[in-house]
Unconditional design. Structure first.
Length: 276
């Protein structure tokens, strides 16, 4: 286990003293240090963890409309958004009536910075929306790449927004707390194929290059050697990875050589298409 300091300017991407602690309406925000545990292998399902030290930068309080039966969040509001829904004698507009089957929860973000980071869409306004989830490092599966094969790569440390599912995170009425629900590897990468299905995929890829391999030798000996090496790598692919990595990552570790593009290899229809 290691400790990763994401509060450092080199990792955070900004000097902490330059952060503007207000939202777009001028409401004051808070800056709270906290730490969380991040799996240091096998993407989201590792069993060993690094400690990540970071900041919550966002509203001091959040307000949740929570379903009374399921605990699911219907709406997450900031203070001024909550106030707009309530009766105001100085305002002629009609307030939004509270739903009968929901409970309004007032949440102190300073006491629960990790949960607030996951739930709130209003945090980290010091960073560009496209960049604030950027992390300084990366990990791969397998951790030690196998020559000639692809690999699954992801940014590290994993930001809480990428680690927890805010759609399944919910309120526990009995214990009066937010229950964070982690993503699984399958949630992000897609439904895994079995190794039997993966072998069928390999067979289809070999078939797709059969004609090219049979014709290329006479006019492109170098290309013939490259294509032969690619086909051999396909045959060896399960032996390198089966039992070593989870099957959900296996398709990312297929061999590749641009020589196959010249043969109009096409697309193999035998696999799932949702990320694999």
């Amino acid at each position: 286990m290691a400790t990763i300091d994401m509060r450092d300017e080199a990792n955070l991407g900004v000097n902490i003293n330059d952060i503007e602690l207000t939202d777009e309406h001028g409401n004051d925000w808070i800056l709270v240090e906290y730490e969380y545990q991040c799996p240091n292998s096998n993407f989201l399902e590792g069993t060993e963890f690094d400690t990540v030290e970071t900041y919550y930068c966002g509203p001091e309080k959040l307000y949740f409309w929570v379903d009374n039966e399921t605990g699911e969040f219907e709406t997450v509001l900031r203070q001024h958004e909550k106030d707009e829904r309530e009766p105001n004698e100085d305002d002629d507009s009609d307030p939004i009536p509270p739903p009968d089957d929901k409970t309004l929860i007032e949440y102190n973000c300073a006491d629960h910075p990790l949960e607030s980071d996951v739930i709130s869409d209003y945090h980290n306004n010091h960073a560009d929306p496209d960049d604030y989830l950027h992390t300084p490092g990366a990990k791969t599966i397998p951790e030690v790449p196998v020559a000639g094969y692809g690999r699954f790569e992801y940014e590290y440390p994993i930001h809480p927004d990428h680690m927890y599912d805010d759609m399944r995170t919910h309120w526990d009425f009995e214990n009066e707390c937010v229950v964070l629900v982690k993503f699984t590897n399958e949630d992000i990468v897609g439904e895994p194929n079995t190794w039997e299905e993966l072998r069928q995929h390999r067979k289809a890829l070999l078939t797709l290059t059969d004609a090219q391999y049979a014709s290329i030798e006479s006019y492109d000996p170098a290309g013939y050697a490259r294509l032969g090496a690619y086909r051999q790598a396909l045959r060896d692919w399960p032996g390198h990875f089966e039992g070593v990595i989870d099957a959900v990552f296996a398709d990312s570790c297929l061999p590749y050589d641009s020589i196959i593009e010249l043969g109009n290899a096409g697309t193999d229809p035998t696999l799932h298409t949702d990320g694999t």
